[in-house]
Design a binder for this molecule. Structure first.
Ligand code: S3P
Length: 168
């Protein structure tokens, strides 16, 4: 089976959806940010602060190459900028989780650990810059996707069901 690759903006719920898909199926999940953090033994925030964004993007491309070569039949959640790696579609079926910026922002703010959720994301420090990034990326996410799932106003369990049904 092909991998399933979840893409979408920071905070849209790629991780939560991945965990729900795992619950509903026999799939095992990987997360590209988690892989990078364990490769580096430091948090994304620290990698950005100490090395800069481009260093992080190089690591994403390295992870992408490995996924393409070595990983099969796996659910892969990704960081919000991972979709820009070369040959994304060769990793697996690309599923874009889509929602308006406001929905995403409210979702983060509604989280009991909202402050931490925001703090750990270097590109979500300034709301105007985050909106700009969202606007720049929206069309690109769509272009990169095989399947687009509108996740606004849907239960996580229904989103997971919808994805599993569509990738079959
Ligand atoms: C990023 C998103 C983050 C993380 C890094 C860069 C981005 O992942 O990979 O901070 O460029 O959108 P999440 O989408 O899980 O927040």
């Amino acid at each position: 089976m092909k991998n399933i690759v979840l893409i979408g903006f920071m905070g849209v719920g790629k991780g939560s959806v991945a965990r729900e898909i795992v619950k509903q199926s026999d799939l095992v999940a990987l997360d590209t940010d988690d892989i990078i953090e364990s490769m580096e033994n430091r948090r994304i925030k620290k990698i950005f602060a100490e090395e800069g964004e481009e260093y992080f993007r190089v690591l994403e491309r390295k992870v992408a190459q490995w996924l393409q070569k070595e990983v099969r039949g796996t659910l892969i959640s990704t960081g919000g900028g991972f979709f820009k790696v070369p040959n994304l579609s060769k990793i697996g079926t690309v599923v874009y989780l889509s929602a308006p910026f406001e929905t995403i922002h409210n979702r983060i703010l509604a989280h009991p650990d909202a402050e931490k959720k925001l703090r750990k994301r270097p590109l979500f420090q300034d709301i105007d810059k985050a909106i700009k990034l969202y606007d720049e990326r929206s069309a690109l996410y769509k272009k990169a996707a095989d399947i687009i799932i509108d996740v606004s106003n849907k239960e996580i369990s229904d989103i997971a069901k919808e994805i599993l049904k569509k990738v079959k």
